[in-house]
Design a protein around this ligand. Structure first.
Ligand SMILES: [Zn+2]
Length: 388
């Protein structure tokens, strides 16, 4: 037996196990239960003295961190993004790519594929998330309109080839000509298709969900807003009952009441907390880039130089805390939206996303007073420790 955590408050899927214990063997959780019922004495034991232990967070939507943007295509630099987010509790992440010149995207996909295959030495790189280029220029947000393209199956297959099996999510605007064919092809090929950066009507969105789209990219942001006579994409997502929505739960992208509406409409199992974090998170000077544009950090958010919101400066640790403080979720539910729910979107919930026997020992030690991340473990190996 490699490692045991004892006397901890274990955040399970539905409840908190007080004075619990976890045994880890070969990087995998082998047993969870009350400390008093520990079946064997592990070689190495950590007494957590009542601190929380949580499943590692899974962030499906990360553009950067530590001053590095995901389109950089340099494996050593991409590791900086992983090191940055490990310290905020992310133990698995998908790197999202904004609409970029085709050669930039293909190179970045190849770099992600390479690093995902060999491992980052810490947080798991679980794949790539193509956010564009098949999006609506009218809802481009921080994407360069010159890099936005009409749906193109041939180009899409070039991207999937470059990603070598590591492309997980493709976000597109379903109202564009050719989107239906592209959605059908992506769904048939096993990719998660997300609806995002879109001016789609309610009917167009419901049609895309029927075709198999199963994720909404940062619900409410980058789409026409809900109106009671014209519900648009946001209304269709909220009403469909069949789709999972990402929320960027900082106080800039979303009013807490809008987030609460999403939890109420979709149910707690169909919301995933994402950061949409850009390189300004953990950047030494608060400056960074998103794709080929410069961005700056200001009052907790990331902006292009013209003042347009550009991704976020959010961390998963803060997203979880905001879900509890602003949306009044209980701790297991907030954590589930940051762990099991995203694992389920990618069908990785048999290995990742909660603390149960047989899953990878991707774990966090959290301060019970403020849920600050004190230690992060991937495969039972500690990859981050804050002084405490
Ligand atoms: Zn994004």
């Amino acid at each position: 037996m490699d490692l045991g955590f004892i006397h901890c408050s274990v955040i399970l899927e539905q409840e908190i196990l007080r004075d619990g214990a976890i045994l880890v063997q070969n990087g995998v959780i082998s047993w969870v239960g009350p400390t008093s019922e520990l079946p064997i004495q592990p070689k190495k034991t950590k007494d957590l003295g009542g601190f929380f232990i949580s499943p590692g967070y899974i962030d499906l939507h990360v553009h950067g961190g530590g001053g590095v943007d995901s389109t950089i295509a340099e494996p050593e630099q991409i590791k900086v993004i992983c090191r940055t987010h490990e310290s905020f509790g992310t133990t698995s992440l998908c790197l999202a790519l904004v609409s970029s010149p085709v050669e930039v995207t293909t190179k970045a996909l190849a770099a992600i594929s390479h690093l995902a295959t060999i491992g980052t030495g810490g947080a798991r790189l679980i794949g790539a998330y193509l956010e564009g280029p098949f999006i609506n220029p009218a809802r481009c947000g921080a994407h360069s309109t010159k890099n936005i393209l009409e749906p193109d199956l041939e180009l899409m297959s070039r991207f999937t080839h470059a990603a070598g099996g590591w492309l997980r999510i493709v976000s597109l605007a379903p109202e564009l000509p050719g989107s239906d064919n592209l959605i059908d092809w992506l769904v048939k090929s096993g990719f998660v298709v997300a609806i995002g950066h879109t001016s789609a009507t309610c009917e167009q969105t419901l049609g895309a969900i029927k075709r198999g789209c199963k994720l909404a990219t940062h619900l409410f942001n980058g789409m026409k807003p809900f109106h009671h006579r014209d519900p648009n994409a946001a209304g269709a997502v909220l009403a469909s009952g069949e789709i999972t929505a990402e929320l960027i739960l900082d106080e800039t992208h979303l009013h807490p009441i809008a987030a609460r509406l999403a939890f109420n409409a979709l149910g707690n199992d169909r919301v995933v907390l994402v950061t949409d974090a850009t390189s300004v998170v953990g950047s030494p000077d608060g400056r960074g880039s998103l794709g080929q544009k410069s961005i700056v950090f200001d009052k907790g958010a990331a902006y292009l130089e013209n003042g347009v919101l550009a991704g976020s400066a959010l961390t998963m640790a803060d997203a979880v805390k905001n879900a509890i403080d602003l949306c009044k979720l209980d701790i297991p539910t907030a954590v589930r939206c940051a762990s099991l729910n995203p694992a389920s979107v990618l069908s990785l919930d048999d290995r990742l996303g909660s603390i149960s026997a047989g899953k990878y020992a991707d774990l966090l030690v959290l301060d019970p007073s403020d849920l600050r991340v004190l230690e992060s473990y991937v495969n039972g190996e500690r990859v981050f420790r804050s002084p405490y």
